[in-house]
Ligand binder design. Sequence first.
Ligand code: E4P
Length: 218
Amino acid sequence: MKFFIDTANLDDIKEAQDLGVLDGVTTNPSLMAKEGITGQENIINHYKKICDIVTGDVSAEVISTDYETIIKEGEALAKLHEQIVVKVPMIKDGVKAIKYFSDKGIRTNCTLVFSAGQALLAAKAGATYVSPFIGRLDDISTDGLNLIEEIRLIYDNYGFETQILAASVRHTMHVLHCAKIGSDVMTGPLSSIEGLLKHPLTDSGLAKFLEDYKKGNG
Ligand code: E4P
């Protein structure tokens, strides 16, 4: 399973990259705003900085909602860097734009997906990635992981190549469950990745090994 980090924070991106397990980055307009990145020029420069840090795919989201402008914006984003994947919302004009981008060889991430029907449509349009938001579904008492299972079944039934990118991942158990049910990718905060490291028996075991070494070696 690929690990993407879901942030526009350059320090967190560097830290995950340095760990050696990072396969890419997802951003969205809210994450950019959280880092204080405003204005189109600054946003573009920020995408370039992210591409310089990581070696994998970097999702850059369009803010247009009509077909013509999504195409214009998406083509400009795709030209920024070969690592850029154009993130397009699951709306009617978005689906049409994904089909256009797919025909042109421009990679896409279909975002704001909350149902299996939407995921089927994204795959039919040729999306590279589909992003079901599992945390936001959990927030409204709907099983987000169940959606990943449904999409996995549908995509496997027909051999769709669209990769399932579990988004809105909030914690390490989301990561583990996504891995068990065959999500291709997960994107979450740095804490969801680093949380996988932790086990109290590792900490106490290491402390004992080091203590015993000291006893025998001074
Ligand atoms: C997906 O690409 C989104 O950026 C993201 O995962 C949204 O997560 P949130 O629900 O934690 O905002």
